[in-house]
Write a protein that binds this ligand. Structure first.
Ligand SMILES: [Zn+2]
Length: 406
């Protein structure tokens, strides 16, 4: 199935280079006065997979218009390619049985006794070959791609041993070799305590720093390092040890903290995030699935100027979410974000969260030609609709692939 789908989505002759006309561009570029950085009746010039010109159609230099092939956007809206900047999408098995048990009133202790929880995903993932991991993760990745996702972050963290952590990151790299998708691999060895180290977190962190992290770095399998710092994760001191080891290997770091989705961050924490230039990644799928009630401090983040990103957090335990568009809706309905903030959260701010905003996240001159054409009347419709997929066409690095409705 994977092979067939790949063949169907690969059209090596379909270049997006040229002049795009009959299109409205929601550039999401900062500094443009219109909401969404919008340019109605736009022209968009792509050359060598890079955006060479964008602006009002009426102002398009005729030299460009005359010398390049033309594409019609069919009067559609165009946004930057969507970026899902926080996922655990590579994993084997699922936890629907545990979900059902919980809804039938089973206690956490009972679920744990019956083999549920994160360690059930660790067991399933350890048992899967590289090919099996790719095969079971691919349909989830393809569902994201079909709704305009062009860049995807994938974390390890269900191996918690050297072999499986490396295999998960290899699976992430393999998924990134597909046309029209860029994958950022993140090592999350400090995700949970493996069964081999019961109540021995210090020793497990020693093992991660001394053996797993150097092997990951040597194989070039990670673009960044993450750690789970919480009461049920690792202590700040243990997290700092992992980050120090990562920095010594030249890898950038990020943090799963404050209950993973920032509901518990304080005003002082928000100020510190603003000073450090940190991006707050909000995960409304987990908030919804776990029926959280304490909202993240959107107002404080907004006021402090902390960029807010939105992501699926796609994972089998707390957010089995395979739609980034649904996260736009949830960002608005659950977190009171505006549709424009939600769209920035999966474009410009998500690119910042991945440290790739020099190249991705907005439609601006000099950036990579990653954009999506949508069958919508206005950009807010992307956040407004529930379980719809109006993605018409995707361009990644200048190459065209069909959307949900080619
Ligand atoms: Zn997560």
């Amino acid at each position: 199935v994977g092979e067939q789908t790949q063949a169907a989505s690969t059209r090596p002759d379909a270049t997006g280079d040229g002049v795009w006309l009959n299109v409205h561009v929601a550039s999401m570029a900062p500094g443009r006065p219109a909401p969404y950085g919008a340019i109605q009746d736009a022209g968009l010039v792509v050359r060598g997979g890079i955006i060479e010109w964008v602006g009002k159609r009426a102002e398009l230099p005729s030299a460009l218009l005359d010398s390049l092939p033309a594409h019609s956007g069919g009067g559609r809206w165009c946004t930057p390619g969507l970026i899902d900047c926080h996922t655990h999408i590579v994993h084997a098995g699922n936890r629907s049985e545990e979900f059902e048990l919980r809804l039938r009133g089973a206690s956490y202790a009972e679920i744990a006794r019956r083999g549920g929880g994160i360690l059930s995903t660790v067991r399933a993932t350890r048992a899967a070959s590289l090919e099996q991991l790719v095969a079971c993760s691919l349909p989830r990745v393809q569902r994201l791609m079909a709704e305009g996702v062009t860049t995807l972050e994938i974390k390890s963290g269900y191996g918690l041993d050297a072999d499986t952590e490396l295999r998960m990151l290899r699976a992430a790299r393999a998924l990134g070799e597909r046309d029209g998708l860029e994958v950022v691999g993140t090592f999350l060895g400090a995700h949970a305590l493996p069964p081999e180290y019961p109540a021995r977190a210090e020793e497990y962190i020693d093992f991660v720093c001394a053996e797993v992290l150097p092997a990951v770095a040597a194989a070039g399998l990670a673009d960044a390092v993450d750690a789970f710092c919480e009461t049920i994760g690792f202590t700040p001191a243990q997290t700092e040890r992992v980050f120090a080891a990562a920095r010594s290997l030249g890898l950038p770091v990020k943090l799963h903290a404050e209950h993973d989705h920032l509901e518990y961050v304080s005003q002082a924490g928000v100020s510190a995030m603003a000073r450090a230039g940190t991006v707050a990644v909000l995960l409304p799928g987990a908030f919804y699935f776990l029926r959280e009630t304490r909202l993240p401090p959107i107002g404080a983040l907004r006021e402090a100027g902390v960029p807010i990103a939105l992501a699926t957090d796609c994972n089998p335990g707390s957010s089995p979410a395979e739609s980034l568009l649904l996260m736009l809706n949830m960002g608005c309905t659950l977190f009171d974000m505006t549709p424009e903030e939600a769209l920035a959260g999966v474009t410009r701010h998500a690119a910042m969260a991945l440290g790739r905003d020099d190249r991705l996240g907005t439609i601006e001159v000099g950036k990579q030609a990653d954009f999506v054409l949508w069958d919508i009347d206005r950009p807010a419709e992307l956040a407004y609709r529930i379980a719809a997929n109006p993605c018409h066409l995707v361009v990644k690095g200048g190459a065209i692939r069909p959307g949900a409705r080619p």
